[in-house]
Design a protein around this ligand. Structure first.
Ligand code: PHE
Length: 466
């Protein structure tokens, strides 16, 4: 009966699964963090390292999560328990990652909604007025935008896997892909004269993006770039936080996992690469690369300036950009809430609608609190990684920088040495499929992942910076 229920509540087929999983993977990380890192870390050099990592580390982590999910048919907590009773604690730890991420993801979604309204109701001038972004997030009214985003997410999850998540992802993902491609092409056609009479073009910007900058490259810098690429990859694929385990648990046994995993990798990486084509040339043409500052600064300050410099077209492009970003954030946000929901449904033997309703109340409150981390509940904390941050950054640090590498480290040891890679391979070879990168998988999960994850974990504690 249990098995039947899973089948009924899962994805309708491969396409639905791939779009939903890619929807989770493609998020603000692809759109703002990837281009920023590429610009900072030597352009093509970063791209090469990232691509190598996608097909080795990324492939290993994604395969592990999805295979665990489909094989056990459960979410993180019970999936780990089923693999090895004593390792249930790792499932619980994994469960905490989305629990923490959910407190702040809708806050970021709210910021994006605000910028959509700016471009809908005006020329985008408001967005370039001094301190627009800082003033907005530090005003208590910004909370409403986060609440709306949270509510939207909850509504989709409330409707279930096929009728909610799959339907929305199948609608959003193709549109998102088209928009990214469209803006990327537009970005390449840009031209802008400088004061000294020379003209900067989008194609020159593309060259800056793609050319490996190896001038003055040292071993330390190379390692730093690799670590940047690694943590980006992690975040980008939504792995080691139970999300892909939950989504994997909804996949029917006759779906080709090998193909699905390749398609998810390809979509996530494709959108990241295209986001670079979309953003780097545009920023380069209008402001040199000074505008490529980290995180929110790029998205909510530099880009609006670029859009404004484009005149009328900029308003349209700005609107499109923030709509596609909202789409990307929404499909990621629903995967976070779904993972929490699925774990709770199993934990409390409760039905979806009830669980989602309770979680909605909790997370509306959490979203409000984190959003007010820039006003009423303002704190400034020194994080072990070196930077300072507010409530949102604290949650982000614990979940993404600290817990994820730690979970990946322990999972690799569990799968590599205790449960054994053949346990995963059996799921990948179901229906007589060939597990295409099997040898690579075995070596990665047993030897390479533990080392890499340990280094990444050390880095997050700040020990490597000293
Ligand atoms: N993968 C998403 C991105 O690239 C981020 C994300 C992290 C989504 C955690 C869900 C959970 O932006």
């Amino acid at each position: 009966v249990n098995e039947l229920m899973k089948q009924k509540n899962g994805f309708s087929g491969q396409l639905g699964f791939v779009f939903a999983a890619a929807g989770s993977a493609v998020g603000v990380g692809n759109l703002w963090r990837f281009p920023y890192l590429a610009a900072k870390d030597g352009g093509g050099l970063f791209l090469i390292i990232y691509l190598i990592l996608v097909f080795t580390v990324g492939f290993t982590l994604l395969t592990t999560d999805i295979a665990i999910g489909r094989k056990t048919g459960k979410s993180a907590i019970y999936a780990y328990q089923e693999m090895k009773k004593k390792w249930k604690f790792l499932g619980i730890l994994t469960f905490f990652v989305p629990v923490l991420i959910m407190t702040y993801y809708a806050v970021i979604g709210g910021w994006i909604l605000k910028y959509i309204t700016i471009y809908l109701t005006g020329s985008g001038k408001e967005a370039v007025e001094s301190n627009c972004f800082t003033n907005f997030i530090s005003s208590p009214s910004s909370v409403w935008f986060g609440l709306i985003f949270m509510f939207l997410t909850a509504l989709i999850v409330y409707n279930g896997v096929e009728k909610g998540i799959e339907r929305v992802s199948k609608f959003i993902m193709p549109i998102l892909l088209l928009m990214v491609i469209g803006i990327a092409i537009f970005s390449l056609t840009l031209k802008h004269p400088l004061e000294d009479g020379t003209v900067r073009t989008g194609l020159q910007g593309l060259k800056v993006y793609l050319t490996p900058d190896v001038k003055g490259l040292t071993v330390t810098r190379f390692l730093q770039i690799s670590l940047d690429a690694m943590s980006q990859l992690f975040f980008s694929l939504s792995v080691s936080m139970g999300i892909m385990i939950t989504y994997g648990s909804y996949v029917k046994k006759d779906v080709n996992l090998n193909k699905s995993i390749s398609q998810i990798e390809l979509m996530d990486t494709g959108v990241a690469l295209l986001a670079g084509v979309m953003i780097i040339p545009a920023v380069y043409v209008f402001s040199g690369l000074d505008g490529m500052s980290a995180g929110p600064g790029l998205m909510f300050i530099s880009l609006p300036n670029v859009f404004y410099s484009m005149g009328l077209a900029g308003r349209l492009i700005g609107l499109m950009f923030f709509i596609l970003t909202a789409f990307a954030a929404l499909t990621s946000c629903i995967s976070v809430l779904e993972s929490i929901t699925a774990n709770c449904m199993e934990l409390f033997h409760a039905e979806r609608k009830k669980v989602t309703s309770i979680l909605t109340v909790i997370y509306l409150a959490a979203t409000a609190i984190i959003a007010m981390g820039y006003s009423t509940f303002y704190v400034e904390v020194q994080l072990p990684s070196g930077s300072t941050g507010q409530l949102l950054d604290i949650m982000d640090y614990i979940s993404n920088s600290f817990l994820m590498p730690f979970i990946a480290l322990l999972s690799s040891i569990l799968i590599g040495w205790i449960v054994k890679p053949s346990w995963i391979a059996a799921e990948m070879e179901l229906n007589g499929e060939t597990f295409r990168r099997k040898k690579l998988y075995n070596v990665m999960i047993r030897y390479i992942m533990p080392v890499i994850m340990f280094i990444l974990f050390l880095q997050s504690t700040g020990l490597l910076n000293k």
